[in-house]
Design a protein around this ligand. Sequence first.
Ligand SMILES: C[S@@+](CC[C@H](N)C(=O)[O-])C[C@H]1O[C@@H](n2cnc3c(N)ncnc32)[C@H](O)[C@@H]1O
Length: 235
Amino acid sequence: MTKEELHLRPRHCNMYESMYGSDDAESSDEVGTNLSKAERERRDLGTEFVYGEVTYRTMARLLSHVLRKSNRRGSFVDFGSGTGKAVFSAALLKPSKFTCSAGAEYMESLHDHACEIRDKHYKTRVKPLIEHRYPDLKMPSIYLERSDFRAHRWSEKLSDAVSDASVLFAHSTMFDKSMLSHLAKITQDLVSNEDTVFITVSHELPSSSRWKIVDELFLDMSWGGCVVYVHRLKK
Ligand SMILES: C[S@@+](CC[C@H](N)C(=O)[O-])C[C@H]1O[C@@H](n2cnc3c(N)ncnc32)[C@H](O)[C@@H]1O
């Protein structure tokens, strides 16, 4: 890493790496990929469940970009949250912008891993440490649920988080059209704020939905560079 890149490194990256237990946690998706592969083989699941992760650095760039004009404190929601890297990055990178950071994940092993990170690290060590250091700061709560976002009814807690969202996120590279269309439809009816953004990876939300692209960025994921779409609801 160059000196310049080090300088760009956001403040809580060490904390994040310590939660995931290794120095290269920022860019390595090995743990999640192995868990996902084993469960996919055991349950004979399709390619929509193929795993990959957003990096902490990419989340830093993305959140700074989409929240630059926002003064509102709302929730962050990740559809298909894996081991929780987007959920915990959002909480550590923009604690004053998010009340809650939430994720819904279908795979049991990935969901369990994310819950372990929340219980062993975030709740007991990281959150108290940061709040002790910055007494005026209330760190976001973490909500993780094991669910299938293709379901027609979402849990009350997930629906509430979406309704209050500032940022919705789907690392959707392997999602098919029907999944994106379902996500677009349910969220457009639930979201209560017109400033909410919905970020998708590699594929845009269907143009027939009320979500319209306002930005396109080229960013790195654990598996390589790709286009990231930022949408807002049409007024
Ligand atoms: C590319 S991974 C992204 C993980 C995490 N969001 C990140 O960026 O680091 C996509 C995740 O979506 C999950 N997924 C796929 N279809 C899903 C569904 N219908 N409901 C919930 N999770 C789903 C997969 O199991 C996988 O963990």
